[in-house]
Structure formats: C-alpha cells, structure tokens
Design a protein around this ligand. Structure first.
Ligand code: FAD
Ligand code: NAD
Length: 467
C-alpha cells in the first residue's frame, strides 16, 4: 500500500475545505485535500452559484416577457423565447471558471489535491479510493484531520429521488422546462428554484408543511415574497404534507391540515425539504465523535471531541451557509498554526434570493425580546426610496433593531429587490458594534438602496428625513 504523510489532511473541497487549505498553505502548513467529486463542493457546482445564475437568467427572460405586455418603460419587445440548453451551458461556464479558479489557487499555494473518495481508518489515517481500479487505496497519515464533507439533500420517505422526483441538483441542469412542477418545501431552495421555473414558464405549485413560506424568517419579512408569488401565479399550499405519488395517475398525493387528501398533477416534483450533514458512507462512525443531532459537535474553535480532529461547514449543522463554512475553514487553519482564534461572529448574515430578496443579520425584534433585550426597532419602506422607484421595485423595507439603553444595533432585516447587497453593510455594522447614531451619521450615497439603511437608523432615533 502506498502511504503518504502530511501535516493537515482535509476531507472535502467545498468552500469550507478549500478555504482552509488556502489559509493553511499561506501559514506554511503542509496540506493535502481530498475531494471525491469536484473542487468547489456543493456551493460552486450544484448550489449557490448555479442557482443564482439560473435566477438571473429567469429574471432576464421574465423581464423580456413583461415588456411584451407592459410598455410603461417605453420598451417594446415583440417576442422572447428561451433556449434552455444554452442557458445551462452559460451556467456551466461560470461553474467551470470558478472551480478551475479554485484548482489554480490550490496549485499556487502548493496544496496537494487528491481526487478520490476518502474512507476513515482512524483519527490520523485515511484511505483514499482513487477510482482507477487500483487494487489498494492510497493511505494518508496526518497530524491534523479536518472533516469538511458538507451535506446531502433529504428525500421524502416513500418518494425516493429518480424519474420525475428530482433534487435541486437535477433542477439546476434542466434539459426542458416541465409544464407542471410541484415543489415540496417552501424554504430556501423551494422558493428560489420554484420562482425560477415559474418565470421560465412552468405552472408551479409549492407544497409547504408549515403554515407559511420561509418559516424560519419573521412573517413581516416574507409577506412581500408571498405577494410576489401570488402575482407570478405560483400556487402555494400551506399546512400540507406530501404522502407520495399516486399509483394510478403518478400525481402527488397531499394531505392538508384538515386531513383532506387530494392529488396534484405533476410532470416533475422537486423535493426541497432540507439538507443533512454528510456523515454516512465513508467510515466516519469509526471515530465515534460526539454528535449534536445529525451534525458533528464542535467547540468554538471547530475541535471535535477527538484531539486534532476538526470539523467545519454543513457537516457541523446549521446554519448551512457557504460563508459560514469559509469562515470556519480560515479559523481552523489559523488555530492549527498556533493563533488564538475563536469562532464567535457577532452575526452570520443570511440571504434568500427570492423575488424580492430577503436578508437578515443578527436579531429580529421578537428574537431580541426572547433574548431578554429591551430593544427599539424601526423600518423604512422602499416606497419612499428614489433608487427603488427607478428600479421599479418599491416593495419591501429595511428594519433595524437596537438596544433601547445605548442604541447598540443588534440586528438588521430587509426585504426588497437587490437587498442581498446590503448584507455587507449589515454584517459590518454588527461586527464593529455600531450604534444607531453611527449609521445615521454616515453619509450614504444618493440615490442608493443603502439610503434606506441610514433612514431606518434615523427613524429609530425619531428623526427620519424622507418619511
Ligand atoms: P460542501 O460544499 O458540500 O462540500 C463538501 C465536499 O466534500 C463535496 O465536494 C463532496 O464531494 C466532498 N466529500 C464529501 N465526502 C467526501 C469523502 N468521503 N471523500 C472525498 N470528498 C468528500 N449557501 C449560501 O451561503 N448561499 C447560497 O446562496 C446558497 N445556495 C444554495 C443553493 C442550493 C441549491 C444548495 C443545495 C445549497 C446552497 N447553499 C447556499 C448552501 C451551501 O452550498 C453550503 O452551505 C456550502 O456548500 C457548505 O460548504 P461545505 O464546505 O461545508 O460543504
Ligand atoms: P429549508 O430548511 O430552507 O426548507 C425546507 C422547507 O421544507 C421548510 O420550510 C420545511 O417546513 C419544509 N418541509 C419539510 N418537510 C416537508 C414535507 N414533508 N412536506 C412539505 N414541506 C416540508 O431547506 P432547503 O430549501 O432544502 O435548503 C437546504 C439548505 O440549503 C438550507 O437550509 C440552507 O442552509 C441551504 N441553502 C441556502 C440558500 C441561501 O443561502 N440563499 C439557498 C439554498 C439553500
């Protein structure tokens, strides 16, 4: 058996693993990264980037269609048609550029990348199947083992993936646009991709078990999204559970909250009911690590319960977001290099790329109250923002939450077109411990959506200018 030795061995080349590799190499740590599929992980290949590419393409197509019937802007479009194969090629081109870029970064930093599936032997030894039909796997021994194997999609019992039942992975590479699409789950993926397919021409029905869409977000934030879905003609069935496929019609059997059963016609069914840490099928159980539910339990330095075994990203549970995985990856490399670091962010912003977009960072009013904080909050509507009017997108608002006693800002929320870009300002203000007066006293460029951020702070202080 071929045996190699390294200081840091990383399992998984997603945003957690590849960022850890870059930072470790920068700090002079000999690093090997094992990836069974493609560098870039879920995020670059079948997650964040391809979904945002399709959202953009669907928006462009939708706008062209809109201009066929609505000439408010003075734009007349005589016809619009989509070549889905070309759209997917364009999306794949972006993915290839980014994953190629990660490969180049690995090379530049001297990270050894091994393409193959890792299998745990013990906390310091991993076998890698290089998939070349070799009689024996390559064995790698390390001082530090970093687990970054990500997450996998949850399936519905009784309705396994296959045939007309698809996951987000297949939905991101369509070979045609189904006439009738049923989407199970109105969370991040269901809403982002359900909206894409509606804009590309499918009749979309969203089936959500809870009583409202995006149940993790506060209701006021999701109202403009629900209104937009109605306007787009997406049917939303709340409080409904999917029972399986109807044998006779191959439609989707659902049970509503009144225990009434019905069948929805569907050419395709996208199941988007959540993701779970990828802990099975690669011998991880041999390490007998302490778990937290289905995730690997880690402390605030991403240590697992075994010495010199670390875990980051989706494998460690919620929030399963790429930027959290990256931040943890960077931290682990620095801790291994001897730096004093703790993972204690003031906030991890979350964005849902619906139409309109939703962004949150820190605490909402109810969360602040639950945490025992006496807070004030104020919101500024985009209906009073000039830039929003020029973008024809006046739905939504920016909200700030701050402590009543010292005005320390503890949270930001926004819903509206393009608000994902406000995540940077929100994150910075929380991380830097800004007070309402800091944001209110900062000159914000005009005309920008960001002026609504300043106005929300001014409003919380009782003297908003434009409302
Ligand atoms: P992953 O990106 O899942 O990477 C893990 C890697 O490990 C994979 O490449 C896998 O092949 C490899 N691997 C696993 N086991 C082994 C093994 N035994 N041997 C070798 N290799 C192995 N997050 C956001 O922040 N913003 C978004 O807009 C967003 N959009 C998303 C859209 C979709 C459709 C999906 C599915 C997810 C989205 N996410 C988004 C979530 C984001 O993709 C994940 O949070 C992020 O990719 C997690 O990074 P990670 O490094 O922990 O794991
Ligand atoms: P999710 O947790 O966001 O949403 C799942 C939804 O399915 C929930 O609303 C839940 O109530 C519903 N549900 C669960 N079981 C159901 C059932 N049997 N019938 C009907 N509804 C049911 O999960 P997701 O949309 O699959 O996304 C997975 C993860 O990927 C997210 O949690 C997030 O971490 C990540 N993601 C992030 C982004 C982003 O940051 N913009 C985008 C996509 C995915």
């Amino acid at each position: 058996m071929v045996t190699q030795k390294t200081t840091l061995l990383i399992i998984g080349g997603g945003p957690g693993g590849y960022v850890a590799a870059i930072r470790a190499a920068q700090l002079g740590i000999a690093t090997t990264l094992v990836e069974g599929a493609q560098l870039g992980g879920t995020c670059l290949n079948i997650g964040c980037i391809p979904s945002k590419a399709l959202i953009h393409a669907a928006d462009a197509y939708h706008h062209a269609h809109h201009c066929m019937g609505d000439h408010t802007l003075g734009i007349h479009v005589d016809g619009a048609r989509i070549d889905v194969a070309q759209t997917v090629r364009w999306k794949d081109g972006i993915v290839a550029r980014l994953t190629g870029g990660v490969g180049a970064l690995m090379k530049k930093h001297g990270v050894q990348v091994i393409k193959g599936w890792a299998h745990m032997v013990d906390g310091k030894t991993v076998d890698v199947d290089l998939g070349r039909g070799d009689a024996e796997p390559t064995r790698i021994q390390c001082e530090h083992l970093l687990l970054a194997s990500g997450s996998v999609e949850l399936g519905l019992p009784g309705m396994p993936f296959g045939g007309k039942v698809i996951s987000s992975k297949q939905a991101l590479s369509p070979d045609h646009i189904p006439k009738k699409l049923v989407v199970v789950g109105a969370g991040y993926i269901g809403l982002e991709l359900g909206t894409v397919y509606r804009k590309l021409g499918s009749e979309v029905t969203l089936v959500e078990a809870q009583e409202r869409i995006l149940p993790l977000y506060d209701e006021e934030l999701t109202k403009p999204v629900a209104a937009s879905l109605r306007k787009l003609g997406v049917q939303v069935l709340l409080g409904c559970k999917v029972q399986g496929l109807d044998e006779a019609t191959q439609g989707v059997r659902i049970l509503d909250s009144g225990a009434k059963e019905s069948v929805l016609e569907a050419d395709q069914v996208l199941v988007a009911i959540g993701r779970v840490p990828h802990t099975h099928g690669w011998g991880l159980e041999k390490l007998m690590l302490e778990m937290q539910g289905r995730a690997i339990k880690v402390d605030d330095q991403c240590h697992t319960s075994m010495r010199n075994v670390w875990a980051i990203g989706d494998l460690t549970g919620e929030p399963m977001l790429a930027h959290r995985a990256m931040a943890q990856g960077e931290l682990v490399a620095e801790v291994i290099a001897g730096q004093r670091r703790r993972f204690a962010p003031a906030a991890i912003a979350a964005v849902c790329y619906t139409d309109p977009e939703v962004v949150t960072a820190g605490l909402g009013p109810q969360e602040a109250a639950k945490a025992g904080l006496d807070c004030i909050h104020a919101q500024f509507p985009f209906a009073a923002n000039g830039r929003a009017m020029t973008l024809e997108s006046t739905d939504g608002f920016v909200r700030v939450v701050a402590r009543r006693d010292n005005h320390l800002i503890v949270g930001w929320q926004a819903v509206g077109a393009g608000v994902s870009e406000l995540a940077a300002a929100f994150g910075q203000s929380l991380e830097m411990g800004a007070c309402l007066e800091d944001v209110a006293g900062t000159i914000h460029a005009h005309p920008t959506l960001g002026e609504a951020v300043q106005e929300a702070a001014l409003r919380a202080l009782g003297h908003a200018l434009h409302i």
